[in-house]
Design a protein around this ligand. Structure first.
Ligand code: BG6
Length: 515
């Protein structure tokens, strides 16, 4: 066993976590949650833990410990968890499952630099070990701002909580943002890895927990149909879109100074790019998978002059979905002269034999036309367009579109003869939808990821190298944007971003898909 107690594993990220014959059931363990009152904990983490319990994937002896400043007793925290479960869990409420889970819920009150609180935490975990049989296996989930990581990691270390005894494990789970740029990401990593060995650190990028994101690998490598065409000989360009129809809501404190590029391009979108563009790994072992992603991220080369390679915007006030909405600069907590972007688009080029000359366009934004995340691999036109005179103008660009969410599935677009006419050809689509082909509903990303943490299975967690390579791609754009004077361009709510986003593609003779 390694210091973190991680089993050497050849685990397969495509393996169905619901398949109990493969005994993907977590062993005796507990999870300590820092940041219990945050949105993430309430809306995603606590419900996901209940859903795992409900699916029979947590051990009967599981312990859940909340750590926070509130003057709560255990019962108060139990009531909080229950409320978030009844409101947000994916699976139905079951009294027996709940009673069993609730019996292992504890709360430790204190601040992140409070020795007494960490002593209490230690006693609490000892008590769970004795009374629930959690056997010294503990995961610490830091759902807190990165500037609090140092204090928590140090206290965990000082109180002997970070180092397991033989046959035990200790793991730490950290949420993005993994730094603000390359330098701060390295510093953050130094802080965490001073206390926890690298294989005990689980970095959550929740997009990797999504079923459809894991399906990118299945689509590409479990089929013979796509991979022969998945290269510069046939592909014209790739568009990766993550559009949200909501604004920043109450997250100004986090979002201002961060912006769309650091919030989701540095992590979610670059992970999607890596999975779409990487070579086939020799196995789904964590090291093999991560190595292939890293190779492709390392092959992204940027020109010296970044003008014309990106677009940024801020949403204006206006109407969306029949509702009047604030502009970005009027949102609560956003300074009136903030230059933070709520929309960003980039053009990236991957310098490998497979992708030379194939631009990857990435865009992400808030208050766009609708909520949709998709990867569109757009093919070159057929070399001889026999039907050109008889077709719509933009006919002939086949595409494979991986619909990450909502309406999860895959669409293939190709030309077909219009019935009854002599030679008219029009683009049509062929759809695969998860909802139609499978009866089970997909687990939430956090269910999968929390289970993997408890099982010690790392393939779906980016390692530090990936984080650093992603910052190396984004940092030059951030520098370039800083060098531009003034506010980002504006865009109307419900639109698809600022004009410069369209120009990014029209300059190359292309257009964005309207998802
Ligand atoms: C988070 C971002 O990582 O992803 C948010 O910080 C964003 O700004 C969210 O809203 C979107 O997640 P999902 O799963 O709804 O696409």
């Amino acid at each position: 066993m390694s210091p973190s107690g991680r089993r050497s594993t050849t685990s397969n990220p495509l393996r169905d976590p619901r398949d109990r014959r493969l005994s993907r059931i977590a062993g005796p363990s507990s999870l300590v949650l820092f940041g219990v009152t945050g949105d993430l904990a309430r809306k995603k983490l606590m419900p996901a833990i209940y859903d795992l319990a409900n699916r029979g994937l947590l051990p009967p002896s599981f312990g859940l410990v909340g750590f926070g400043r509130r003057e709560w007793r255990h019962e108060d925290f139990v009531a909080e968890v229950r409320e978030s479960v009844t409101k947000y869990a994916r699976t139905p409420f079951n009294d027996t499952v709940w009673e069993q889970l609730a019996a292992g819920i504890r709360f430790v009150q204190g601040t992140f630099d409070d020795d007494d609180a960490f002593r209490n935490l230690q006693e609490c975990l000892d008590e769970l070990d004795r009374n629930r049989g959690t056997r010294g296996n503990h995961a610490f989930y830091l759902s807190i701002p990165p500037n609090a990581f140092e204090a928590v990691c140090q206290k965990l270390s000082e109180h002997g909580l970070a180092r397991p005894e033989d046959d035990q494990w200790r793991r730490v789970v950290i949420e993005k943002p993994f730094g603000h740029d390359l330098e701060s990401a390295r510093e953050l990593n130094r802080i965490v890895e001073e206390v926890f060995p690298p294989d005990a650190v689980f970095r959550i990028d929740h997009y990797l927990g999504k079923e459809t994101v894991q399906n990118i690998l299945a689509l590409r490598f479990a089929n013979q149909l796509f991979e022969p065409l998945w290269n510069a000989n046939y592909v014209d360009h790739v568009q990766i879109t993550m559009a949200e129809d909501i604004g920043i809501g109450s997250r100004a404190g986090y979002y201002d100074g961060v912006g769309a590029a650091r919030d989701v391009i540095q992590n979610h979108l670059l992970q999607l790019l890596a999975l779409t563009a990487m070579e086939e790994p020799i196995s789904f072992d964590a090291d093999h998978l991560r190595a292939e992603k890293e190779k492709v991220l390392a092959a992204v080369e940027l020109p010296e002059d970044l003008s014309g390679r990106s677009a940024r915007g801020q949403y204006e006030s206006g109407w969306q979905g029949g509702e009047q909405v604030n502009g970005f600069l009027e949102e609560d907590g956003i300074p009136a002269d903030s230059t933070t972007e709520s929309f960003a688009a980039l053009r990236l080029d991957i310098h490998t034999r497979r992708w030379a000359g194939v631009p990857f366009y990435l865009r992400a934004g808030k208050r766009l036309g609708r909520r949709v995340t998709e990867i569109a691999v757009v093919f070159k036109r057929a070399p001889n367009l026999l039907f050109r005179d008889h077709s719509e103008e933009d006919f002939g660009q086949n595409a494979v579109v991986i619909r990450v969410q909502p309406d999860e599935g895959v669409t293939i677009r190709f030309g077909s003869k219009v019935p009854g006419t002599q030679t008219e050809v029009r683009d049509v689509t062929m759809d695969f939808g998860y909802g139609h082909s499978f009866t089970e509903s997909s687990p939430e990303a956090y269910e999968r990821l929390i289970l993997d943490v408890l099982l010690g299975e790392p393939p779906l967690f980016p390692r530090q190298q990936e984080v650093e390579l992603s910052w190396q791609i984004l940092d030059p754009f951030e520098k370039y944007w800083q060098s531009l004077d003034g506010q980002p361009e504006t865009y109307e709510p419900g639109s698809w971003g600022p004009d410069s986003a369209d120009e990014l593609l029209t300059a190359d003779g292309r257009t964005w898909r309207r998802p």
